[in-house]
Design a protein around this ligand. Structure first.
Ligand SMILES: Nc1ncnc2c1ncn2[C@@H]1O[C@H](COP(=O)(O)OP(=O)(O)OP(=O)(O)O)[C@@H](O)[C@H]1O
Ligand SMILES: [Mg+2]
Length: 252
């Protein structure tokens, strides 16, 4: 029987994943600052919405109002989907403070309380019948308490997978870090996608590599990608080669 997959709809990515993300997988999306993690997550959710799949975005890093504005820049207007009841934003950013926050339906006043967050998240998932969930970023939940990182991710995995969601957990790593967010979370996640930004001869080059994806084969190559005014485009037919002296892009 072919495995059930969720098509990300991000140009090039489903080819790299040999058809899409296996359903119920928890994917760690790791990368340094400005590598495109938030845009990737938003694009993944929006592509589900236009196909009638419910989605939830857990906002820990940016104001929900700012996120809606950013998404609208890419023509990903989520308001109609919120009104239709298939998209929900879980506000873990404002702490319920401010005029704009009072208009949010799902507010977590204390995001350091993971159990409280999970209660609100579960409610949002059920309300919109979410098939896709993005947490931006999961690192925020254990930044000051690295010892609990694995248990937080395992708890999220049980809940999200149990409710039938295919999820992206954004993981922040520093510019120089080679890993994906620490051993605890790296092994707990079903998949790891890493986004990179490297300076080559005075120019920044974006690339993506799928490090692991349980339940499927996938490209083992590093692919270049771009962020355009329509979102991320990955070139599955091109590969980025690192060598000690230079980085080159070649067509497969
Ligand atoms: N309309 C656009 N066209 C092209 N590139 C864009 C556009 N909007 C944003 N970008 C690029 O995307 C980057 C931001 O991407 P994003 O917010 O997804 O990064 P991030 O990985 O979430 O970073 P952080 O960890 O700091 O939150 C910007 O630095 C810019 O280079
Ligand atoms: Mg971000």
């Amino acid at each position: 029987m072919p495995i059930d997959r969720v098509k990300t709809g991000i140009p090039g990515l489903d080819e790299i994943l040999h058809g899409g993300v296996p359903r119920r997988n928890i994917v760690l999306l790791a990368g340094g600052p400005g590598t495109g993690k938030s845009i990737f997550g938003q694009q993944y959710l929006y592509n589900g919405l236009v196909n009638g799949e419910g989605g939830v975005l857990v906002a820990l890093e940016e104001h929900p109002v700012q996120i809606r504005l950013n998404m609208a820049q890419f023509k990903w207007n989520v308001r109609p989907f919120e009104e239709k009841g298939i998209f929900a934003m879980v506000d873990c950013f404002t702490g319920g403070i401010g005029e704009a926050a009072r208009r949010e339906k799902y507010v977590v006043k204390d995001p350091t309380d993971v159990h409280l967050l999970i209660d609100v998240l579960k409610e949002a998932i059920k309300d919109v019948d979410a098939k896709r969930v993005v947490i931006d970023s999961v690192s925020t939940l254990y930044l000051t308490k690295p010892a609990i990182a694995r248990s937080v991710v395992m708890l999220l995995k049980r809940v999200l997978s149990g409710l039938g969601c295919t999820s992206i957990l954004v993981s922040q790593v520093s510019v120089t870090e080679r890993g994906f967010g620490g051993p605890g979370v790296e092994h707990a996640a079903d998949g790891i996608i890493r986004l990179d930004l490297d300076e080559v001869e005075g120019e920044l080059v974006r690339s993506l590599i799928v490090w692991k994806m349980r339940g499927t084969s996938h490209s083992m190559r590093r692919h270049p990608f771009e962020i355009t005014d329509r979102g991320i485009i990955i070139y599955s037919d091109k590969v980025v080669k690192y060598s000690s002296r230079r980085i080159g892009i070649s067509v497969l």
